[in-house]
Design a protein around this ligand. Sequence first.
Ligand code: TYC
Length: 102
Amino acid sequence: MAEDTVLAPKTKLKPKLERPKLYKVILLNDDYTPRGFVTMVLKAVFRMSEETGLRVMMTAHRLGSCVVVVCAKDIAETKAKEAVDLAKEAGYPLMFTTEPEE
Ligand code: TYC
């Protein structure tokens, strides 16, 4: 091997792929949206059972907010919009927000 041959490192450095950030969809309490409507939206948009929907709705009602689901950003934003749009159509101020998980 010639003395001026440059040897390439044997191991290739794999670029580490960052894990995509997960987002929380958060249900916010308000004084106007009927409990039954909130539960219906949770069942329709987030595929919750009656029991889970009731529990999540009552948690937001008592504490002010409740995490509904944790998922990829685009899914979180789409679901939150679907849920808010259903409420708007029905004339209720029900709000869902999204935020990145720590
Ligand atoms: N607080 C509402 C009421 O008493 C019901 C409600 C629960 C609204 C949860 C929003 O995220 C909510 N009619």
